[in-house]
Ligand binder design. Structure first.
Ligand SMILES: [Zn+2]
Length: 193
């Protein structure tokens, strides 16, 4: 079987780290469209997930990774309020650096783990310091669907790793949204970052 014309097939499913592969972060429809910059964003994200996984000593479920406009519209139809400049676009829009929405064994775990991670943020090194390694995030958001109190964590790559002169941060590094992304609240003490 030859490849279809116009498809390079360069980036199929790939293992990113020990426990994460690209198929968990990339919808099948978009697999062949992933470019090299996006591969580096996927790897950075998976590295952070790997460290968090080791820290909590439990598997992580990825509920959303790379998006395009079609994925975005699907979420809006489902009642979510995804940002138009979301890092889930993985470089498809300016200064988006890659992000994933993750859950753990029980929905409540996400809430506990979120505050545990925030409490370990080091202001000088600007990373979350865990005994198993550093987590360098752009944004960490605890989100909740109010209907069923389903919690998840949005974890975004640090833009500084991918853009020489990213715009100054206009967003809070650590925040929570208890209404599907309609409104956000800063997490105490971290709003100036
Ligand atoms: Zn997200």
């Amino acid at each position: 079987m030859g490849r279809q014309p116009g498809k390079t097939g360069r980036h199929k499913t790939m293992r990113l780290t020990t426990h994460f592969s690209s198929e968990e972060l990339v919808p099948g429809r978009l697999t062949s469209l992933v470019n090299l910059v996006q591969v580096s964003m996927l790897k950075a994200l998976a590295n952070n997930l790997e460290i968090i996984r080791a820290f909590v000593n439990a598997p992580i479920t990825i509920i959303s990774g790379l998006r395009d406009e079609i994925e975005q519209q699907k979420l809006i139809k489902q009642g979510y309020h995804p940002s138009d400049k979301s890092d889930h676009f993985f470089g498809r829009k300016p200064f988006t650096a890659g992000a994933a929405d993750i859950t753990f064994k029980t929905p409540e775990d996400a809430r506990v783990i979120f505050y545990e991670l925030v409490s370990r943020f080091d202001f000088h090194k600007e990373v979350i310091i865990l005994p198993v390694g550093y987590v360098d995030v752009g944004q960490l958001i605890l989100e909740c669907s109010p209907k069923n109190r389903f919690y998840w964590i949005h974890i975004g790559n640090n833009k500084k790793l991918f853009y020489k002169d990213p715009p100054p941060p206009t967003v809070m590094k650590f925040k929570t949204s208890m209404n599907n992304g309609v409104t956000y609240l800063p997490v105490g003490g971290f709003e100036k970052i």
